[in-house]
Structure formats: C-alpha cells, structure tokens
Write a protein that binds this ligand. Structure first.
Ligand code: SAH
Ligand code: SF4
Ligand code: F3S
Length: 449
C-alpha cells in the first residue's frame, strides 16, 4: 500500500523552497504527497520563529496532529527555524513528536525516518529496552553547504533557487542568524547551470533566495559578486524573469543597480527592507545605514530604473522607539512611496540583543503605530495602483484566479497582480494586457496583441 506524506509550511520563501525539497525527498523514498493530514502517514511542520505568533500557530497545529497520531500512528516531524531554535526542549511539551530537525539537515530525513521505524518495530516486538518512544533530534550545523536537492517546485512557472544560506548581520531584533547560522554562498557556475536547466524545463521566473542576497559572494572568488551573478543569469537565452529576496540596503552597491537597469529580464520590483525610518532606531537595530542614506538609495533606484516598484519591511515599536522616531518612519514611507510593505509590531525574541534592551514598548502603543502605518501605506498603494490606468503591461499568466474563476491571474514585472479574461491555455505565457480598472491590490484589464 502506498504511503502518504504532508508538508505544512510556515515562514518565508526559504521555507517554501525547503518544503519543496522535503516533498521531493519523500517522493524519492516512495511516499505520495497529500494535503490531507487525516490520510497521512508522515506530517511535516516546516516552522518559522521570526515572530512570536509563529510559535502559537505551531502549538495549535501540534495539538491537532496528536489526534491524527492517536488515530493512525501518523509520524510527526518538525523541521525549520522553530525546530532548530527549540531542539529537544519541544519534547517536554510534545513528547509525541518523532523527529526534530533544522533545515540544514533535511537531506537526513530518510535515515531519521528509518531509525524511528526500526524503534517502533522493536517496541512492537517488545524488544525495545527503553520503553519510551525513540526520537531523532538533529539540530547540529555542518560547516559545509547542505547538499543540493533539485526539487520540482509548487508550480511549473516559478523556480526558486537558494543562492546562499545564513546571515551574519545580527540585526538586534532578529533570531534568524541564530537559527540559520553564518553566511555561505553557492559558487556562481553551479547557479548559472542550474538556472539554465530551469529555463530549459520551461520555468518562466527564477527567484533567487538568501537572507541577504546582495552580500552574495562572500568567501567565493573576486568575480563572484551579486551584480555579476545577475548579469550571468540575465545572459541566459530565453524569455524569463529574475527576482530576488532579500537585499540589504547597506550592501546595495551601484553595480547591482546598473545590472538591474541594463537587463529587462530582471524584474522591476525591488524589496528594500527599511525596518525603521529613524537613524537612532536604525543604529539600535544595528542596520548599518541612516535615514538619509536609505532615502538616497531609493531615489537612486527610482531614477536609474524607470517603472521600478519598491517594496519594504517595517517594524514598529522597537525598544525605545519614541513617537517622534516613529514619525520618521511615516516620513520615509511618504517619501519612498512603496508599492507594498510588510509591516510588523516588534516581537521580542529571546537570545537577541533587543530582548535585553530597556524601553520595551507596550502593546497598545505598538498596535496604534501599526494601525497608523498601515493606513498611510494603503493610501499610497492605492495612489500608485491608479498610475497603471490605461497602460499596456506585459504580464506572466499564472492560471485561473482563485477568487474569480472566470478570470486569469497574472503579474507584471513590477509584481502587481492583474486579472483579465482569457483562455487557461495562456498559463505560463507572457502576454500584453491593457489596464482598465485599478484597485489598491489588484488591476483589471483586457488582453491585447
Ligand atoms: N533576511 C531578510 C528577512 C528577515 S525576516 C531581511 O533581512 O530582509 C523578515 C522580516 O521580519 C524582517 O525584514 C523584519 O521586518 C521582520 N522581523 C524580523 N525579526 C522581527 C522581530 N523580532 N519582530 C518583528 N518583526 C521582525
Ligand atoms: Fe535578520 Fe537582519 Fe539577517 Fe535580515 S539581515 S535575516 S533582519 S539579522
Ligand atoms: Fe522564519 Fe526562518 Fe524564514 S525564522 S522567516 S522561516 S528564515
């Protein structure tokens, strides 16, 4: 009888990418992938720990999984950053978890499952000396790069490609460097070859992933820089788009801006995480730039790359943030005119520097600031959306819209969602659409030649 596995993903694109790899590993050892945990023999929770809310969600899910385990002996495997951070500690609360591992260890999944199965067989035969169920906990680091696993991704249009692992920045609020280890980058030749394969297979979008994409090349040869990588990828023949997340404003060198400007294959959407608009708060966050340097960078991007859409991440209520400092953030938001922004209330992460800082802000103040920030950004997103009125945009068709089955959903190079009527055979193609109606988050248009 065939066995089923489910992978549930939390967190960022890196986890999405690693979930695809986990699915591939499971398929390779004979499992079918299902989304229904009630018919699953193995359920993976691929977890995040960047903010507190992530843990609450995972605890809820683990409760649900206990029932599946009791009903049909489903194995429970917890991978990702929360697993890496908590390690064995998780077993105190959830002794029914079988395997706990950080994502640098996912290639060891088959071995780990085998161990658990052997322990179960012994237990059933009454031969397990230790009556307790065995667990496998793998949260160690290798200095080496994790083995490359060529996964088929969630869809056949976008392939995501990890160009580096880890982070050396230690922004004072952030847990990522503690759970993802130090920066390591993949040699350029390997990445270019992999990208060529993806283009040959018909992928239309290549998403480059790293915690800090534009420090690509640390530890590699002099020529292996992010700008050179972008250029080499843009030189690959074929019709496709290159996207990347996330760059760090401090490392956004002119050669990278030039590479984007020169190559229309590089998407006109650049994520430039602000975090705060106050130079004082930025310093406390250890971000390595000032308000003015940040604004200069955004201005440079906008002047050298016409039609570029800038997006960002912002944290409100960092320890010690005054009303005035928060208003600096609003000021940058007004000047930078982001297409969209991911906006968060500061969330305390044990083990980070900011967790120890004085002046932790109460929830009420954080909520109020977040609310004001979101209203301002929504207004700006609406204004920018209106600028598309009447324009003809080249879009990549992703398939029928989830909300409105009559329409096809697509995205512009600037990452704006465009819905239009058309045949589903257009999926995976670039087409031209004339924009007739602009709503804040979605544009509506019609197919043109
Ligand atoms: N390496 C990427 C992603 C980091 S995590 C980058 O540097 O852009 C994604 C976002 O989560 C961050 O940009 C930040 O805005 C937010 N974040 C990280 N730690 C946080 C915390 N402790 N509280 C609230 N938001 C946080
Ligand atoms: Fe976290 Fe900063 Fe590294 Fe991003 S750059 S992962 S915010 S420490
Ligand atoms: Fe979360 Fe880990 Fe990504 S903490 S945001 S899944 S790197």
């Amino acid at each position: 009888m065939s066995k089923n596995a489910t992978v549930i993903t939390y967190g960022c694109q890196m986890n999405v990418n690693e979930s695809a790899k986990i699915r591939k590993i499971m398929e390779d050892i004979g499992y079918d992938i299902t989304e229904n945990i009630n018919e699953s023999d193995v359920v993976f929770l691929n977890t995040c720990t960047v903010r507190e809310g992530a843990a609450t969600q995972i605890y809820g899910k683990l409760g649900e999984l206990k029932q599946a385990r009791d009903a049909r002996g489903t194995k429970i495997i917890i991978t990702g950053c929360f697993a890496q951070e908590q390690g064995r500690k998780l077993l105190q609360k959830f002794p029914y978890i079988d395997i706990i591992m950080g994502n640098q260890n996912i290639s060891k999944i088959p071995e780990a499952i085998e161990k658990i199965e052997r322990a179960q067989e012994l237990k059933e035969a009454g031969k397990l000396r230790d009556k307790k169920l065995k667990h496998v906990v793998l949260t160690g680091y290798d200095d080496e790069l994790p083995p490359r696993i060529d996964a088929d991704f969630d869809n056949d249009i976008t392939a995501s490609m990890t160009i580096g692992y880890g982070c050396n920045n230690f922004c004072t609020y952030c847990i990522v460097p503690y759970v993802r280890g130090r920066e390591k980058y993949i040699p350029m030749e390997q990445l270019v070859n992999q990208a060529k394969e993806y283009v040959k297979k018909g992928y239309k979008e290549i998403m480059l992933l790293a915690q800090n994409v534009n420090s690509y090349g640390k530890g590699l040869s002099e020529n292996e820089t992010f700008a050179n990588l972008l250029q080499a990828l843009a030189d690959i023949e074929g019709d496709f788009l290159i996207r990347f997340i996330s760059p760090h404003p401090r490392d956004f060198t002119d050669d990278v801006i030039d590479a984007i400007a020169k190559n229309s294959k590089i998407a006109r959407s650049v994520h430039v995480p602000l975090q705060s608009g106050s130079t004082k708060v930025l310093k406390d966050m250890n971000r390595g730039y000032t308000k003015e340097q940040y604004l200069n960078l955004v201005n440079k991007l906008k002047s050298r790359i016409p039609d570029v859409a800038v997006t960002t991440d912002i944290i409100v209520g960092f320890p010690g943030e005054t009303e005035e400092e928060f208003e600096d953030t609003l000021d940058v938001v007004r000047q930078a005119k982001y297409d969209t922004a991911f906006m968060f209330m500061y969330s305390i992460r044990t083990g980070t520097k900011a967790a120890e800082m004085e002046g932790q802000i109460e929830d009420k103040v954080k909520k109020d600031r977040l609310h004001r920030l979101i209203s301002l950004q929504t207004e700006i997103s609406g204004e920018l959306s209106n600028e598309y009125q009447g324009k003809i945009e080249r879009v990549l068709v992703e398939g029928p819209s989830r909300k409105n089955k009559e329409m096809l959903s697509s995205r512009t190079s600037s990452n704006k969602v465009v819905l239009f009527k058309g045949d589903s055979s257009l999926r995976g193609q670039f087409v031209n659409v004339k924009i007739n109606e602009c709503r804040t988050w979605t544009l509506y248009g019609e197919l043109v030649d």
